[in-house]
Every structure is written in structure tokens, then in C-alpha cells.
Design a protein around this ligand. Structure first.
Ligand SMILES: NC(=O)c1ccc[n+]([C@@H]2O[C@H](COP(=O)([O-])OP(=O)(O)OC[C@H]3O[C@@H](n4cnc5c(N)ncnc54)[C@H](OP(=O)(O)O)[C@@H]3O)[C@@H](O)[C@H]2O)c1
Length: 220
């Protein structure tokens, strides 16, 4: 089984994914700016899961120990976090689930300077890292409901077919359907759907609006 490091796994979105993958047998490392915080959150998640599934490390050590690195931090922390782990990600897949929101306008699409957070990640990390964009449209609230599948498809965008397939597999392990959504530059659209979902949450007074792709033979 692969080792996954979730940078920012101490937060809302990363924690749900971490516990789901741990339950499926992946070795999961919670990453944080502070090793003690990562260790504490890993202990809390282990207590919730009832076993010693997860460990915690500082982001740099977590990335170094992983086969696949997952980045789960707010957009304001995106570039600084990537700069800190760049050397430890070379030759690996980095899954970017960052949405380039611009608080307080989180219900409006914000296109960052590099068009998408995932494209910015690729430019910053260099060609030896394969960036895959995924999970931007999945609500943390739904992810935390560990006893059920998540009612949301996951658009997976990448320029490398093998890396995309590996992440579609991770999506399934976390209880969702991963959809090949084309090249990494399509992350512009995937990232832009999230502010729309946040608007829908407010307009319809719900917490976890998601997306479904229709017309496919692949079962949900
Ligand atoms: N929440 C959702 O429902 C949801 C849904 C889809 C996509 N997303 C995307 O997923 C990413 C993570 O979301 P989240 O809700 O999990 O965020 P979060 O809980 O606010 O933050 C996640 C982690 O990022 C680190 N962090 C926060 N501020 C930072 C800063 N200024 N500098 C460096 N690190 C910082 C913290 O880890 P340490 O303090 O341990 O370093 C924190 O625990 C975001 O890009 C978000 O848009 C979220």
C-alpha cells in the first residue's frame, strides 16, 4: 500500500480524506507547519477510528516520507507551503485540492494569476513533479461522515494518464467516483465550480452541495 502525506491534513478537508484512506489500509501521514500539531491531530483521528492508523509529521518530513503528496491548505498558504516541500516532492505525484478563493468573496470565482492553483503548483514545483488536480468540489462536512459514501463526483485533471489513473483509484478508496476530466489546465473549471457550490449551499440552506456527471456507464 502507498504512503500518503496530507499537507494541512490538520484542517477540515484533509482530515476527512486522511481517515477514509487510513480505513482502506493506506499509510497516512498528517502534515502540518508544526510537528506537534500534526501528532496531536493524528492521535485525535486514531482515537476516532479506534486504532493506530495515522501518524503526524512536519510538512517537509511528511512529503519526504510519502509516495503521493496531497496538498490541503487555503490558497493564501498554497505557494509558501509548496516552496517548503518542493525538494521532497521531486519524482512524485502531488494532488492539489486547493481552491483559489479570495475571502471574503468566497462565493465568486477568483482566477489567480496563473489561471488555476494547480497550474501554479506545477509551475512552482517543476516538471519532475506530476501535479494532479482533484477533490475541489467535495465538502469537508460530507467527508467526515465516515460511515457513508460521499454524494459527489470528483473531477480529476492531469497531463499524465498514469498519475490521473492513480488518483482516480484514491478517489474510489475515499468513497467517491473519480472522473477523468482532461488535462491539468481544465483545473481552471474544476476549481471555479467550488464558489458556485458555496453559493448554492447558502441559497438553499444546505452544507454539502456537490456535483454529479450524468451520461456515464461507470456506476456511482
Ligand atoms: N473545507 C471544505 O469543505 C473544502 C471543500 C473543497 C475544497 N477545499 C479546499 O481544500 C483546502 C483546505 O481547506 P480546509 O477547509 O481544510 O482549510 P483549513 O482547515 O482552513 O486549513 C487547512 C490547514 O492548512 C494550514 N493552514 C491554514 N492557514 C495557513 C497559513 N496561513 N499558512 C500555512 N498553512 C496554513 C493549517 O495547517 P497547520 O496549521 O497544521 O499547518 C490548516 O489546518 C482549501 O484550498 C480549500 O479551498 C475545502
Amino acid at each position: 500500500m502507498k504512503t500518503l502525506a496530507i499537507l494541512g491534513g490538520t484542517g477540515k478537508e484533509g482530515a476527512g480524506l486522511a481517515m477514509r484512506w487510513a480505513l482502506k489500509g493506506y499509510r497516512v501521514i498528517i502534515g502540518s507547519r508544526a510537528a506537534e500539531k500534526a501528532e496531536r491531530r493524528a492521535r485525535e483521528m486514531n482515537a476516532e477510528l479506534g486504532d493506530q492508523f495515522l501518524t503526524g509529521l512536519a510538512n517537509e518530513e511528511a512529503a519526504a516520507a510519502a509516495d503521493i503528496v496531497i496538498l490541503s491548505v487555503p490558497y493564501s498558504a498554497h505557494a509558501p507551503t509548496l516552496r517548503g516541500v518542493k525538494d521532497h516532492c521531486q519524482g512524485k505525484i502531488l494532488v492539489d485540492l486547493t481552491v483559489p478563493l479570495k475571502p471574503p468573496e468566497i462565493m465568486s470565482v477568483n482566477l489567480p494569476e496563473g489561471s488555476a492553483a494547480a497550474l501554479e503548483a506545477q509551475a512552482l514545483l517543476g516538471d519532475a513533479v506530476t501535479v494532479v488536480a482533484a477533490f475541489q468540489n467535495v465538502s469537508a462536512v460530507k467527508l467526515k461522515q465516515l460511515d457513508r459514501d460521499v454524494d459527489c463526483d470528483v473531477l480529476v485533471c492531469a497531463d499524465d494518464a498514469d498519475a490521473k489513473a492513480a488518483v482516480v483509484e484514491l478517489v474510489a478508496a475515499a468513497g467517491m467516483r473519480g472522473i477523468d476530466a482532461g488535462p491539468l489546465k481544465n483545473a481552471v473549471a474544476a476549481e471555479s465550480l467550488t464558489p458556485i457550490l458555496l453559493h448554492i449551499n447558502r441559497a438553499y440552506k444546505v452544507k454539502g452541495a456537490g456535483i454529479r456527471i450524468t451520461g456515464l456507464d461507470t456506476p456511482v
